[in-house]
Design a protein around this ligand. Sequence first.
Ligand SMILES: [Zn+2]
Length: 315
Amino acid sequence: MQLMANISDILEDVRANTNGHENGNEVDSNYILIDIGANLTNKKFSRDVDAVVQRAKESGVQKIMVTGTNILVSKEALRLTRLFPDTLFSTAGIHPHDAKTFDETSEAEIESLLANPECVAVGECGLDFNRNFSPPETQLEVFEKQVALACRLRKPLFLHERDAHEEMMVVLKKYESSLPPSVLHCFTGNIAQAKAYLDLGLYIGITGYIWKDKTEDGVRKMLTDNVVPLDRLLVETDAPFMYPNTRSAKLPTDVKQVITQRSTTFLNRYCTFQRNEPCSLPCTVELIAALMGKQPEDVALATTYNALKLFGLSS
Ligand SMILES: [Zn+2]
């Protein structure tokens, strides 16, 4: 009931804003967005996280999920949520890079973090065979433990995968019958891989990475072909990473043209390649919408609804 009340409140706000837009009230109109992945515990934000959250809200990002990548970071992410109640939420888990830090206490630590209502997902966890900062066999073992935990607790997984699609599918398929609805975050794979994840019931998280994709059958083509239905799409910044370079020569002119002045102002004023911020999310949403041939308001509404539903974000 709480969730439905929360969703209807937000949808009410969205409608009020959309009407403003239709009336030509361009200045005041804003999206209502949820950034499902920002690394706000990163030391790049240690001096001014309150300003970062404040301007995210001004840009339209009403809720942000702070990513946990190991036990310490997951604890810090939960602590941050206490400073910004009902705005920040967190995840708890061990990133494949940190898999080698998993020890006999880790699972219990993750479980106790997840007992807090602000901590809404297991992760980020997964497999990264691109950089192999932890040995692949350790990654597989630690990933499977977290998948089993998510199934047992009925909590969504926040999944990370690089160059490990086949191996990830093997693990997820093994748990398919009890797998909770989950997200493959910062998807950078190809269309066939996206379809395989969608068939498993997963949501697909998209970041500002899309400007960079040059492949024939990658994320951009996936969006233009509408491979991911709106009811399975989520948006995220992965800040301070994945800066959306809307000025890139790689982007078609008609796509660039839809980026509004308002969104660009937040991007140019506060975000750089070195430090992306959640307030860049409106730009990314406009990019996604342009590629999908949809209105940015529709992408905003659908992804906000999906995030509220999947993660149960309510105070
Ligand atoms: Zn990741």
